[in-house]
Design a protein around this ligand. Structure first.
Ligand SMILES: C[S@@+](CC[C@H](N)C(=O)[O-])C[C@H]1O[C@@H](n2cnc3c(N)ncnc32)[C@H](O)[C@@H]1O
Length: 494
């Protein structure tokens, strides 16, 4: 691609021409950006109003896939010969051979900005262009979700498995001392290296399959959205989305082999698909993968697709909708699912925590609900909260607890009714958990201000409600445990 020096020089030119996230966003406006997010360039093109200044030229070339004049590109970037590996030259007109997308994100301490180098989006403006087999995906909704769900506490080492354009590595580099990015696809390794050099980020990039390139190393954090699409074995496999394993074997391999790659206290976070079969609930299937690792785990199934829906999505993604191959590829895929007993596909998030727990916690949720900011923190707080929730009754009663500040209560019922029919406690962060409670439970949770032990608070509520204290404790404790696990209450005295 480009050597590190050429990449750094290019970054300087891109920046001085105003080809940065904020400046491009300002130039294109919300409609232009929204259009590009839908793979439509029309609104962005109109926002440029025919201009050919350096910023407009770079937007046209590297985001809108337009031909630009060599003269205008030279004006923006200097002598284009040095950039030959990333350009497709004509006589006077040139095209970008890759996409360079300005990218910015915020952490608690700073705003980070750089560029993502990837292959050109093949379906821009409704084009039906089947991607090359070694196509390298740029920013996608899956990559954004994985970035949002990643735990962001400082760590020494991180692995970005199946790095693609390197987006996860850019994020990991903000809170991990060193980051290794791996990919089976040499083109992805080259583009990730370019992303890192352009964005001034230190990375070790290794080519190879799954954990092979890092077999002798352990990491504090591993993140991946591997090629999880369950497609029939086909001569033209798209490496960015489907592996050579059958069914959900690739995601299973990532999970079952994770323990050997994690430091004590280390964690793996996966965004993936799994097979739904008639003979086994999905939770049992995934428990079969996770239990042998001895890790604590939290798995959220975000949605379940029927085979038809699933196949249509991925045939369209491969640019096959409307082609002569469509019907035969569809039938082949259905036959494959029938042969291996797949009746649906689960899509969701897996977190494994190598905590050396004596009695690991495994939690599986169907969770299609709206989630909020703070997903990474929600994953981070889960194992400690889950273990706290399993402590003996006496310990829970002796401890002091604080109601999480973001818990709000909602009273639902008919307008004008004297008492609400339902009382709901909701956490509008992270997973967006919500739970229905009764008056006694709400009163105890509301009283948890980190001052008095839970047993004392239950005693006070028992007096108010004129019920017997031990009976109330026996009623409330089994209902308080899930609330502790889900972060409504935090322990104060440890
Ligand atoms: C869905 S893309 C994810 C890219 C990137 N992590 C992101 O967040 O956008 C999956 C990546 O896994 C890579 N890949 C495919 N098979 C692999 C394997 N066996 N081992 C490692 N990486 C693989 C693909 O080349 C592709 O870059």
């Amino acid at each position: 691609m480009l050597d590190p020096k050429a990449a750094r020089e290019l970054a300087v030119r891109l920046r001085s021409a105003g080809y940065t996230y904020d400046e491009v966003a300002e130039r294109l406006g919300q409609q232009g950006l929204d259009g590009l997010a839908r793979n439509s360039t029309i609104a962005a093109d109109r926002a440029l109003e025919g201009a050919d200044d350096p910023q407009a030229t770079l937007i046209r070339a590297f985001a809108l896939q337009q031909q630009v004049s060599e003269k205008a590109l030279t004006h923006a970037l200097g002598e284009p010969n040095r950039l030959a590996p990333i350009l497709d030259g004509g006589k006077d007109r040139v095209r970008a051979a890759i996409e360079l997308r300005p990218y910015a994100f915020e952490t608690n301490s700073a705003t980070h900005s750089g560029w993502l180098a990837s292959d050109l989006t093949p379906t821009l403006d409704g084009r039906l262009a089947p991607p090359r087999e070694d196509f390298v995906l740029g920013l996608s909704s899956a990559s954004v979700t994985l970035a949002k769900m990643t735990m962001r506490s400082p760590r020494t080492s991180a692995l970005d498995l199946g790095t693609g354009c390197g987006i996860q590595s850019l994020h990991l580099a903000t809170h991990c001392d060193y980051v290794v990015a791996t990919d089976l696809n040499p083109r992805a390794c080259a583009l990730t290296t370019l992303t890192a050099n352009l964005s001034n980020v230190e990375l070790t990039v290794l080519q190879g399959s799954l954990y092979e390139p890092v077999a002798d190393r352990r990491f504090d954090l591993i993140v991946t959205n591997p090629p999880y699409v369950m497609a029939p074995p086909h001569a033209s496999r798209l490496v960015y989305r489907e592996g050579s394993h059958s069914s959900d074997g690739l995601v299973r391999t990532v999970v079952t082999n994770a323990l050997a790659q994690l430091t004590p206290g280390g964690a793996l976070q996966v965004l993936g698909n799994w097979a739904i079969t008639a003979d086994q609930p999905w939770q049992e299937r995934l428990a079969g993968w996770i239990e042998p690792t001895g890790c604590d785990a939290l798995v959220l199934q975000r949605e379940q697709l029927d085979p038809y829906e699933y196949i249509e999505i991925w045939l369209a993604d491969a640019g096959l909708t409307g082609t002569v191959e469509y019907a035969s590829r569809y039938a082949e895929w259905m036959d494959y699912f029938d042969a291996i007993g797949i009746i649906g596909v689960g899509m969701g998030w897996i977190a494994l925590y190598n905590n050396g727990s004596f009695d690991p916690v495994l939690r599986f949720d169907d969770w299609p609900h709206q989630v909020h900011s703070g997903l990474g923190a929600a994953f981070a707080e889960f194992p400690a909260a889950a273990h706290a929730a399993r402590e003996p009754d006496a310990d829970l009663l002796a401890a002091t607890w604080r109601c999480d500040p973001v818990v709000s209560s909602e009273a639902l019922g008919r307008p004008g009714a004297e008492d609400p029919e339902h009382l709901v406690l909701r956490r509008r962060v992270g997973f967006g958990r919500a739970v229905e409670v009764d008056t006694a439970l709400a009163a105890v949770i509301g009283a948890c201000d980190g001052e008095l032990p839970l047993g004392v608070l239950i005693g006070a509520v028992a007096v108010l409600l004129e019920v017997e204290q031990d009976g109330l404790a026996a009623d409330l404790l089994p209902r308080l445990r899930p609330l502790i696990e889900d972060g409504y209450l935090h322990r104060e005295d440890r």
